[in-house]
Write a protein that binds this ligand. Structure first.
Ligand SMILES: Cc1ncc(COP(=O)(O)O)c(C=O)c1O
Length: 387
């Protein structure tokens, strides 16, 4: 399933956008946006084709198809240990949209939200899009101890929200239960909403294990909005499908109102919901194989990066991205990324503030959701160009 021969580069070169195969010159390997090179699970393609064959693609309920809500609630209850009623779930047209809707529901101009640094740009973007201010909280790569005392100093009377990205893109950190309990205690003490983006929570490398902050206690679940998606675990980015789980019915109503789903202005499309329901109910074995393949790719990627002069890379605990420290080259992230693109014909994401915040300088990010053949080719090209 995850052999090199399963990858159809001809199709990817026509269809894979967002800095990937369809957007780079011929000959360039794009280890950029975290989107797998592999096709989705056959069960998902079959379900979408079967649904489409009936040729009725009608409006769905604004809060989502019952099958989707039930499958998502079952997932949170059985696999994330959060007692979840389907009435607290609704599909959104991506995890990105889930983050934005949550900011829209709970933040106003003048409010502040704590975001990690480095972290995916979507957090700052969404907080600022609703007129609030994003306050960065540094969680450097390979940090042994999250500085909770520092976190408390960042909280002001204007702070409304604590944004968690768990696992953390780009560093690959998976927060321990103890760390999450400390985040939860701070949110409780300062009466903050917790936004927990868990889109990466299926991509965890042993011996690490994932804990959802909403599973800490029923009280914490009530102040948490959990966002997840299907782009990373199941390769469904183009379907734009994700889910939001509210902590209470009051929060659910607030989120629904902010989503504009009731007005049919926004909403998750029917095929996305069919695909996501199938992913949750039928694709467990496919996902396990994918994670097992990714574990091998992670090891190849990290060991290859560590052989490049001036580079060091620690193994990510989760996520299929390697965040390599390139400060030993004496060059900036952008200079290294530009040099690699030009001379090695490999595209990587430089640690620029626009992608990950100011804490990403000195790093480049590489996605390893590809075959061993492509990854090894990319790494040896980088080594030859930098070494
Ligand atoms: C942490 C995080 N959240 C959200 C997203 C966006 O996911 P989606 O495609 O569902 O919008 C990404 C994509 O890279 C991500 O890394």
């Amino acid at each position: 399933m995850f052999e090199h021969s399963s990858i159809d580069l001809g199709i990817l070169k026509k269809r894979a956008y967002n800095l990937r195969w369809a957007t780079v010159p011929e000959g360039v390997i794009p280890l950029t946006a975290a989107d797998p090179d592999f096709p989705c699970a056959p069960e998902i393609a079959d379900a979408v084709m079967a649904y489409t064959r009936d040729r009725y693609l009608c409006y769905t309920p604004p809060a989502g198809m019952p099958e989707f809500r039930n499958a998502m609630a079952e997932f949170f209850t059985t696999r994330r240990a959060i007692h979840c009623d389907p009435s607290l779930i609704f599909p959104v047209d991506s995890a990105a949209s889930g983050i934005y809707i949550t900011c829209r529901a709970f933040l106003a101009p003048g409010d502040e939200a704590i975001i990690f640094d480095p972290v995916d740009f979507l957090f700052r973007y969404s907080v600022e899009a609703v007129g609030a201010t994003a306050i960065p909280f540094a969680i450097p790569q390979n940090c042994d101890a999250v500085d909770f005392e520092k976190l408390e100093t960042l909280i002001t009377p204007a702070t409304r929200m604590l944004c968690l990205c768990n696992p953390l893109n780009p560093t690959g950190k998976v927060f321990t239960r103890q760390e999450l309990m400390q985040f939860a205690a701070i949110a409780d003490k300062h009466d903050l909403i917790i936004l927990s983006d868990e889109i990466w929570s299926d991509i965890i490398f042993a011996p690490h294990s994932f804990t959802s902050i909403a599973s800490i206690s029923p009280e914490i679940a009530k102040r948490t909005v959990t966002v997840t998606g299907f782009s990373k675990s199941y390769g469904l980015a183009g379907l734009r499908i994700g889910a939001v789980m509210a902590g209470t019915t009051t929060h659910f109503d607030r989120l629904m109102e902010a989503s504009l789903h009731n007005a049919t202005i926004h909403g998750a499309n029917v095929l996305g919901q069919v695909a996501a329901t199938t992913a949750l109910t039928k694709c467990g074995p496919w996902l396990s194989e994918f994670v097992s393949h990714l574990t091998d790719m992670r090891d190849i990627c990290v060991s290859g990066l560590n052989q490049i002069p001036g580079f060091t890379c620690v193994a990510p605990e989760g996520c299929y991205v390697a965040f390599a420290n390139i400060s030993g080259t004496g060059k900036t992230s952008k200079e290294v990324a530009d040099h690699i693109l030009e001379t090695a014909k490999v595209a990587v994401v430089p640690g620029l503030p626009q992608w990950f915040g100011s804490g990403a300088e000195g790093f480049i990010r590489l996605s390893f959701a590809t075959s061993a053949t492509i990854l090894q080719d990319a790494l040896s090209r980088i080594k030859n160009s930098v070494g």
